[in-house]
Design a protein around this ligand. Structure first.
Ligand code: ZN
Length: 161
């Protein structure tokens, strides 16, 4: 996967006008050092909610470069399964920041103890999150190329690859 340093300005594939000023989080790659810590279960559970909303879905699956395990792409929490590695997530903070992360960030946090910057953790914990109305004002998500769930219509899924 393409590596971007945490908190740098996001300019990657799914970038749209609504992503202007968004900051990169969790674009890990092999041989890149990162902060580690055991994640707070409350953070993990809330991060999961964001991973339900796929942004910039592509057809291919990125594997985790850290472990190269296919288990990275299929994760389970409380009986619910999600496919990771072919889309991104967006997290909004109360301060107006937007964070753009690959949804593999969930795997990085839970399997590799990746410890994201504190401001991102704070945004995940206290910012608007799916499925709250606040995350979908007026019933619409503010980012294009996004849809709830993991089964996007094919005509939308053709982006990138
Ligand atoms: Zn891994």
């Amino acid at each position: 996967m393409t590596h971007f340093k945490d908190l740098t300005i996001y300019t990657y594939g799914a970038a749209t006008s609504s992503d202007v000023g968004a900051r990169n989080i969790g674009w890990l790659a092999a041989d890149i050092e990162f902060q580690i810590a055991v994640a707070d279960p409350a953070f993990v559970e809330r991060l999961w909610r964001f991973c339900r909303i796929s942004i910039g879905q592509t057809r291919g699956l990125h594997e985790c470069e850290l472990c190269r395990s296919s288990e990275a792409n299929s994760v389970c929490l409380k009986g619910e399964k999600l496919l990771l590695g072919s889309a991104e997530i967006r997290v909004l903070s109360r301060k107006g920041e937007t964070y753009a992360a690959p949804n593999l960030v969930y795997h990085y946090v839970t399997a590799h103890n990746y410890s994201p910057p504190a401001e991102f953790v704070e945004a995940v914990l206290s910012g608007p999150s799916p499925p709250d109305e606040e995350y979908f004002p007026g019933g619409h998500f503010i980012f294009p190329h996004a849809w709830p769930g993991q089964n996007p219509p094919l005509e939308v899924a053709g982006r990138g690859g």
